[in-house]
Each structure stands twice: as C-alpha cells, then as structure tokens.
Design a protein around this ligand. Structure first.
Ligand code: ADP
Ligand code: MG
Length: 284
C-alpha cells in the first residue's frame, strides 16, 4: 500500500460480516464446490491436534510511514474443549488477534495452525470455507440479517455448507432449541430482546458444529441480566465439550472462562488457569 494512502480503518471482522451478508444476497443456492463440501458434523477431527496453535505471531500495520506493532511474538495453543478468555486493555491487540484466529486477517510473520492446518497462503475462497465450517463467530452487535426470521438466520451457514432444505430446517430448529429459543423461531430480530438476539447468533454459530466458538465482546451491548444469560450459555456449550474463545476487556466476563490469556502491547503477559471460574448461575 503506498505511503500516506491508507483507506479508512475498517476492522477485518466487519469486512467478514459484510462478505457474509453479500454472499447471502448473491447465492440462492450454494456453488458446486460448496455443495460438495462434507456436511457439518461429519468432518473428520483429529483428536490430538490443538484447535489453535500460534507460533511467534507478529502483526504490524503500516500507518503512513509509521509501523504499528499490534502483535509482538504471540505463541499459545488452545486444545479441544478449552474455555479461554483473551483479556486486555483497549489497544492491547485483542481484535487483531481475534482476526488472525478467525482467519479474517493474516499474520505479518509467524505460523497459525487451525486444527493442524497451516492457513498461510490459502486463497480467500478456501479461507471463507474454513471460516464457515470451523469457526462459529459471535459479535458484540449480534449481526443477524434484519427482516429475516430467527430460523432463517440460523440456517444461513448451512446453506453455504450445501445441506438440503429439510436438513437445514431440522438442524436450525435444534440449535434454537439448544439456546432456549424454540418458541421464537419465527420472530424477526427486531421482535427479540438483545439477549435473545445474541442467543440466535450463538445458535447460528453452533449450527455447523464448528471446531470453536470465537466471541468478540459478546456481552458488550447487553444489560446485566442478558449478559448473565449469554455467559451461562457459553458455560453450557463448553461443558458439552465445545471449545470457546472469548475476547473481552471486562474482568467479570473473563472470570467465566477456565483459562485467562492477558495481552498488553501485543504481548502475552499472563496465561493462567482460572480454577475459580464463575459457575452457571441460572439455567437459561
Ligand atoms: P484491542 O482490540 O485490544 O483494542 P486492536 O487489536 O484493535 O486492540 O489494536 C492493537 C493496536 O493496533 C492498536 O495500537 C491499534 O491502533 C492498532 N491497529 C489495529 N488495527 C489497525 C489497522 N487496521 N491499521 C492500523 N493500526 C491498527
Ligand atoms: Mg478490540
């Protein structure tokens, strides 16, 4: 990129969401190679391979003629079934790290293996498939498709995975049931509370049976009660054996995870077990 010619800063996550919405508009049915992809839940999983394996990852942004070192040698692994909170002050590199873990951005140097697969050099289509199959994203602002019922929102990733209509329907219903929203399947996002919208988003994240749930400040837009509901849900999802990575700047949110990774100036300054993780307070 030429010096002094930087496009307006737009987080890669947002770009990813836009791409997702654009794909929904473009495809009424998935393209052939997507249709041929194995259905979610039947992909072979290698049990001993870490879900996330970062080795000496650096990320440097060029801002005019200044280099911003957002990540400075990050190495850690997340094993299957872990519940990890990534915590740190604003500007510490959390979003940058989340974009890399979510395959929305690539490291400047270092290696990232997702489920044993080195994602370096993969083309955008392959990365999009990996995002759709292996990662269940949950964002602060829910990112549901407006004027689209809860059920259709949850079916969306299955459309990309090539499932037929009736399978999509069954799986999406099941996922909504899992998050306690069986009676809300025909509601539009605008007809749901913030907490309920986030639960729809979590159902959408779970429906492809991804290797991990990656949540960026998932309670940031919620009141205390809804936050507790959402955090209880993550606790339950994790207790069922799913890997959860939660990004937050709030200590009381991070306290729900079993492991805390703290960032400061793009470095890991703490990586500790959290034996006193907050237990589920109340069933959703
Ligand atoms: P956090 O999510 O913890 O607030 P970020 O990952 O957003 O931190 O930012 C880490 C550092 O990298 C900050 O100094 C930020 O200004 C910088 N940064 C993040 N994204 C960009 C970008 N696209 N271009 C330039 N600098 C960026
Ligand atoms: Mg951030």
């Amino acid at each position: 990129m030429p010096r002094g010619h930087r496009p307006a800063r737009r987080p890669a996550v947002e770009r990813g969401q836009r791409a997702l919405a654009a794909r929904l508009k473009r495809h009424q049915s998935p393209p052939a190679e997507e249709a041929a992809a194995p259905p979610p839940g039947r992909r072979p999983r290698r049990p001993n391979v870490p879900v996330v394996d970062l080795q000496d990852v650096y990320k440097t942004y060029a801002v005019g003629n200044i280099a911003v070192h957002a990540l400075n040698g990050i190495s850690f692994r997340v094993e299957r079934g872990e519940y990890v909170a990534i915590i740190g002050a604003s500007g510490s590199g959390k979003s940058t790290l989340m974009n890399i873990i979510g395959c929305l951005d690539a490291p400047t140097s270092g290696v990232y293996r997702l489920n044993g697969l080195d994602v370096r050099g993969l083309d955008e289509d392959t990365l999009a498939d990996i995002r759709n199959h292996e990662i269940g994203f949950v964002f602060q602002n829910f990112n549901l498709i407006p004027r689209t019922r809860a059920l259709a929102n949850v079916e969306l990733p299955l459309l990309y995975a090539g499932l037929n209509r009736s399978d999509r329907h069954q799986r999406a219903l099941h996922a909504l049931h899992e998050v306690g929203l069986r009676t809300r399947v025909d509601h539009l996002p605008s007809e749901l509370s913030g907490g309920q919208q986030q639960r729809v988003a979590i159902a959408r994240a779970l429906v492809t049976n991804p290797a991990m749930i990656l949540a960026d400040e998932p309670t940031g837009a919620l009141d205390t009660h809804s936050s507790a509901e959402v955090l209880n849900l993550f606790g339950r999802v994790n207790s069922e054996g799913r890997t959860v990575i939660l990004i937050t700047h709030e200590a009381d949110v991070a306290a729900h995870a079993h492991r805390l990774i703290r960032l400061s100036d793009g470095r890991i300054v703490e990586d500790t077990a959290n034996p006193d993780a907050v237990k589920q307070e109340k069933v959703v």
